[in-house]
Design a binder for this molecule. Structure first.
Ligand code: ADP
Length: 437
């Protein structure tokens, strides 16, 4: 129905009823009493309207939908419409607040930084990652120009040139950041920051590794190619030829060892090559390691062994490679006549494998870097003894996969101790004694 009619018809009816009542009273009791009653009725009507107006103005101070009065006459309709409007408003606001909270949470968890700026780069809002990347504090820096906060010539150039279609790689506060400005909404811009420090470090390690590996392979290859060229161009006597062949074979073996170690390392690092723990018979493992060490030493050292510990859970081959590397290092870096002691023991924190030698030892400044790939204290000694510079890196990776740690104690000229600590969790449960009938 027409809302105008809906308002005016009941109002006119109400007035009509009052006037009719007053008319009847005038007819029955005379004009004066009718006039008095009419005045009272009108005053009452005005009073009721004023009462509702007051309630409305009072409600407007705290417009909560649940607090709206019911009303009378035209007020019923007004209040019910106000109620609907307010309820829709409250619903929208609740939804908006929820969305905002979700958005804020997402922005807080985002690993990338987001800074919202106006068209002249004044900071409006930023998330915690951006605070961390750029050294900002939202509360403190709000309203300040971003170029005054991020003081970097490269960043300034990026802004001046305005080539925002390309991101910028920025070295800032000892981090490598990839920053990108994206204009939006005409008068606003977003600055996105991504921390690429770790990616850069990995990339650098990869480059170093390739450079080192190529260098390591090039040296024996140059020797082999050199001898082959001599053999092709000159008539050599049998003894020289044999000597050249011997040297070439040695260099070939060196390349072979290097490639084997590189493959082992890459396998240990690969996620597609998970460790499958098995029960490792430590007595058998230690026996094998001692035999290998004795073979390598060829009687030049005294090699003792003490095994008094439990079996462990892990990969036999990987542990053989790690413990074997430590034992072979002890032989290779201990002059003839020295002693080497291998030990496997259970301790309060788990079990430990140790190799103690009386060899050349290591100066303290080298110790923390020994497990880096291709790091050697004495390059020529390592090469003379068929070292690849990858042995301790392999040990480190095997231990990482087994939850173990490596401790190195050494003193130059006095000998070294390499101690592997295996956690309690890696100790295999004791096997029930076999009862022999
Ligand atoms: P390498 O194949 O050269 O032996 P490793 O990674 O096994 O490579 O060892 C790195 C370096 O640590 C060696 O080059 C050597 O300088 C030093 N090193 C390792 N073990 C010993 C040890 N028992 N005594 C003295 N120096 C050692």
């Amino acid at each position: 129905m027409n809302p105008k009619l809906l308002f005016w018809v009941p109002a006119a009816l109400r007035m009509g009823i009052i006037l009719a009542g007053v008319g009847v009273l005038g007819f029955l009791f005379g004009a004066m009493p009718a006039l008095i009653v009419a005045c009272i009725a009108m005053a009452l009507l005005v009073f009721v309207q004023l009462g509702y107006l007051y309630q409305l103005s009072d409600w407007l101070d705290h417009p909560h939908s649940a607090k709206l009065p019911d009303g009378w006459g035209a007020w019923t309709n007004i209040f019910s419409r106000l109620y609907r409007l307010r309820r829709d408003d409250e619903k929208n606001q609740a939804e908006l607040t929820e969305w905002l909270a979700r958005f804020r949470q997402a922005m807080h968890l985002l690993p990338d930084g987001v800074v919202i700026m106006d068209d002249v780069l004044f900071l409006e809002w930023c998330n915690p990652a951006a605070e961390q990347h750029l050294g900002l504090t939202h509360e403190r820096d709000k309203g300040m120009r971003v170029t005054n906060l991020v003081r970097s010539p490269d960043f300034m150039d990026y802004i001046i040139l305005g080539r925002y279609e390309q991101p910028l790689t920025l070295s800032f506060r000892e981090r490598k950041l990839i920053v990108h400005i994206i204009p939006f909404e005409n008068r606003r811009q977003i600055l996105v920051t991504h921390d690429a420090t770790e990616t850069e470090r990995t990339e650098m390690m990869r480059r170093d590794f390739i450079a080192n590996a190529s260098h390591e392979l090039r040296t024996p290859l140059t020797v082999i190619v050199g001898f082959l060229e001599i053999a092709a161009s000159e008539q050599l006597d049998q003894a020289t030829r044999m000597a050249h062949l011997k040297l070439m074979t040695e260099q070939g073996h060196r390349m072979q060892h290097l490639i084997e170690d590189m493959l082992t390392l890459s396998r240990l690092e690969s996620v597609d090559y998970p460790m499958r723990p098995e029960r490792v018979d430590v007595l058998k493992l230690m026996g094998q390691i001692q035999r290998d060490a004795r073979a390598l030493s060829a009687g030049k050292h005294e090699i003792g062994m003490d095994v008094d510990g439990p079996d462990i859970l892990g990969s036999y081959d990987e542990l053989y490679s790690a413990f074997g590397n430590l034992a072979s290092n002890a032989v290779r870096y201990t002059p003839a006549g020295g002693t080497i002691h291998l030990e496997w023991k259970e301790g309060p924190a788990g079990a430990r494998f140790s190799v103690v030698d009386t060899g050349i030892g290591i100066s303290p400044e080298h110790i923390s870097r020994l497990t880096e790939r291709f790091y050697r204290v004495d390059k020529s000694r390592s090469r003379e003894t068929q070292g690849t510079g990858l042995g301790l890196a392999i040990v480190k990776h095997v231990l990482l996969r087994h939850g173990g740690t490596l401790q190195i104690k050494s003193e130059a000229g006095k000998g070294s101790s390499f101690i592997v600590c295996m956690p309690k969790a890696a100790i295999a449960p004791r096997q029930p004694e076999l009862l022999l009938n």
